[in-house]
Design a binder for this molecule. Structure first.
Ligand code: NAD
Length: 242
């Protein structure tokens, strides 16, 4: 029987890396982990060397060639059982009056269109084999206004809506679809936030600080492990929208 494969997109980034490590630890190396990356080959190779039973896939997922390569690599390695759509971008930040058409194409492309098409293609394989689990990485900003983040917000809100729709359509076929909604997490994405803005944001978080990528990774693992979770959006934000 071929081995179950879990693919994590954007695994060379902060949250992706943590997800790969937690899934590997929780499965005691049993799951074969597909570590996708786009750039930052050094970080990807370092992660690969730390994770037993893993393989690397380099692809720009905003192209159909890149998405096709990801699925093909995964099928070569085993049975696509888990897909974590983690790759994402939050820039450019633009006040709503200045939103550019190419920013819309870029952010909606990476954060919404890419996971939508990956889910369609991976789910076909999961349904063939009778089961699968998908987790999408959304954001607290799907439900919260922040000047400059209109397109990012829309992309993540669309991803959450799609998560629920697909959970409804594919649950009966054995495929569960959930999402995790991180608040402000210490990664490359948030390191450019200046000290003043950082303080203002911290004041809005009940726990008073940005979160660690591992907290998001543990939530992703929970969404995978708990077999009665379907269409759920789990917040990991230290209590930010209470
Ligand atoms: P990160 O910048 O460290 O990682 C993002 C990853 O996405 C990188 O590995 C990058 O290579 C990949 N990526 C970007 N464009 C891609 C493309 N076209 N094709 C393939 N891969 C691409 O940031 P992170 O904080 O680890 O973000 C991971 C996810 O978490 C994103 O979806 C982000 O929106 C979400 N998120 C992050 C935060 C936060 O505070 N850091 C909060 C909420 C949600």
């Amino acid at each position: 029987m071929s081995q179950d494969v879990a693919v994590i997109t954007g695994s060379s980034g902060g949250i992706g890396r943590a997800i790969a490590k937690v899934l590997s630890e929780k499965s005691s190396g049993e799951l074969r982990l597909g570590l996708h990356y786009k750039g930052n080959a050094e970080a990807a190779k370092a992660l690969h060397s730390e994770i037993p039973n893993s393989f690397l896939i380099q692809a720009d997922l905003s192209t159909s060639v890149g998405r096709g390569a990801l699925l093909e690599a995964c099928l070569k390695e085993g049975n696509p059982y888990i897909l974590v759509n983690n790759a994402g971008i939050d820039k450019p930040h633009e006040p709503a009056l200045n939103i550019r058409e190419d920013s819309l194409d870029l952010i909606l492309g990476v954060n919404f269109k890419t996971p939508a098409l990956l889910m369609r293609d991976f789910a076909k394989e999961m349904i063939k084999s009778g089961s699968g689990v998908i987790v999408n990485v959304s954001s607290i900003l799907a439900k919260k206004a922040l000047t400059g983040s209109a397109v990012y917000r829309a992309s993540k809100a669309a991803l959450e809506a799609l998560t629920k729709q697909l959970a409804f359509e594919w649950g009966p076929k054995g495929v569960r679809v959930n999402a995790v909604s991180p608040g402000f997490i210490e990664t490359a994405m948030t390191e450019t936030i200046g000290p003043e803005t950082r303080n203002l944001i911290r004041q809005e978080i009940a726990l008073g600080q940005f979160g660690a990528a591992e907290a998001v990774a543990l939530a992703v693992a929970h969404l995978i492990e708990n077999d009665y979770l379907n269409g759920a959006v789990l917040s990991v934000d230290g209590g930010m929208r209470l």
